[in-house]
Design a protein around this ligand. Sequence first.
Ligand code: ADP
Ligand code: MG
Length: 726
Amino acid sequence: MPRVSQRFDVLAAARYASPTNGDAMHRVDLEEIFGENLFGLHEMKSRLPKPQYQALLSTVRTGTELDPSVADAVAVAMKEWAMERGATHYTHWFQPLTGLTAEKHDSFLVPVGDGRAVTEFSGKELVRGEPDASSFPSGGLRATFEARGYTAWDPTSPAFLMEGPGGAYLCIPTAFASWTGEALDKKTPLLRSIHALDEQTRRALRLFGTPDKPVRATLGPEQEFFLIDEEFYYRRPDLMTSGRTLFGAKPPKGQEMEDHYFGSIPERVLEYMNEVELDLYKLGVPVKTRHNEVAPGQYEMAPIYEDANQAADHQQLMMSTLRRVARKYGLVCLMHEKPFFGVNGSGKHLNWSFGTEDANLLEPGDTPHDNMQFLFFSSAVLKAVTKHQDLLRASIAHAGNDHRLGANEAPPAIISAFVGDQLQDIFEQIEKAGEATSSKASGLLGLGVKSLPDLPKDAGDRNRTSPFAFTGNKWEFRALGSSQSVSFPATVLNTIVAESIDGLCDSLEKALDAGTPFDDALRTLLAQEIHGFKHIMFNGDNYTEEWVTEAERRGLLNLRNTMDALPYLVDDKNAAIFEKYGVLTKRELESRFEIYVEQYFNSVNIEGETAAGMARTMILPAANRYLSELLGTVAQAGALGVKVEGVAHTARELAELINELVSKLGELVAQNAELGGDSVLEKADHVRRNVIPAMVGVRSVVDRLEKVVPDDLWPIPSYREMLFVK
Ligand code: ADP
Ligand code: MG
């Protein structure tokens, strides 16, 4: 009888010898290599004629329109720079609605007709590309008869050089739109939202008499992920098709011992991280921290914050680099939100703020109670979050994230805001007395050991359970899924806060026009506004049942599932706000809605098919083999008169499990065959209501079988193996 040989793969995996190019990193000069593969402002300054550089700088800094002659000059310099570094091709790099990045390479080569060729790259080629790329999701925006798709150079995010095994190529960040000018990507609305936030914030700054400088949104995403050995990965069809395990019994040891979290990073992983970081440094991505996360096999990396547009590009680069480099170390990087059931999942914390070049507008200072400008902007954020809980929730809704939200490892699906004791107290003072006269002091830590320094304490403690938390001088949106692009959540934040500031400015201006002195008008306004948003503030434990009840009492939304949340995207209130601030037209918004619903359907549908296939062709045969072995023993023993009641008992137990599996599998197969309707929405609803429960049913039997069927017959690597071989 054939035995599965996986058990020996554990050894093969554990014995993996990593390539010893670790040396490269040990001798690295960080300052020297940082930005080496980036065509940033510094590089442009040294290569462009002064007037062209100044024109470009003004576009980058203040968003002014770019003269075509500047594009020509930039193209020449860019090509020269890239070719000096071995580039043969260029690509317009863009972010279609798949959530990934896309590129189509063009050579710099132009034949001259006499058997020779020259290299060329013009301003026209830099500025506009026509990749066609008609197979990307467009949500009905592109019919095949008008299938042209264009990419447009985004000068505010610098070009960079990707080094591959066979050579290098130049990547030019671009926006991607249809022939009719509708956005087909994640970057375009993000840029539009950054503009809206800039406009409204500057208007507020002018009212405050603060120098009116360009305002930028800033993002700092923290990325969690799993690493497993590829020996295991390729033996798990579920991981290969859906990025998560559809079966797998919880190992006896999980994260209970907390011996992995912040532990010393395993050597192979450390070497891998070093190479990831080296690549990212070269691209100018400011990766700053790395550590082991809560679950075994789970890690986190985070860059320092940057301008939102660049940070979003860099986040995509970070995800693709993490995935790509892993393979060199015999590892696979799992970016899915919940690769392992019963084990901590992966999220992405999006740190978000906004400010001018020299001032973060969410910096409270030492006495926040009399920092009226800070209180104004903080109120604007809280007002926005209250009004648009649905949009924030929808911006993080996708099939993978449904496994985490509300599962006591990530914030619940209820959007609320943690403001910390200090800010809460200030808002309460304003509510009661119309103004705040003191700020709760933060003080010193006092560790009680003279030789240890007296550390200054932060004004508020952390709250790890809140979906949206004020953490000192920025907001941290903690409900993002690990695999998702940060662009849409950031777009939503920028847009709703722009709207909020807009409204507050209107009220202020009205009061000023009526002759109210600025300080009085502002104080009155803030005292009024608190009534509208105080119920969104929650500093307690978001993981408890009591909070769910309390949130319901407060009238907060609790949209548990992607399919509950997505429809909110396109309701009138939300279509209106996107339209008003020029971020997404109704058609663009509706196309996105359709794409997200379709992605949900596809994800679950693939999982359903994969689960059925694995159960039928891998699990059931393994269980049957074992049963036949047991029955053989019973028959032979009977013939000899040997008593094997224990074996017979095991056989009966096993047979029952097999019967149960066959019946559950039948149900799943039937649900997979159903469509639920003709529209995407109906299909998505069907997989949510029927396929997911059927999958859960199959899984529950399979996971019990895993504990019964002999280890050497079990056809797929176990959680223990995948999580603990490092
Ligand atoms: P932690 O959340 O682990 O305490 P930090 O306070 O160091 O970490 O910051 C976490 C992330 O927040 C980092 O990526 C950091 O760059 C980012 N961050 C800090 N300030 C800002 C800001 N003004 N805007 C956006 N992100 C910020
Ligand atoms: Mg954090």
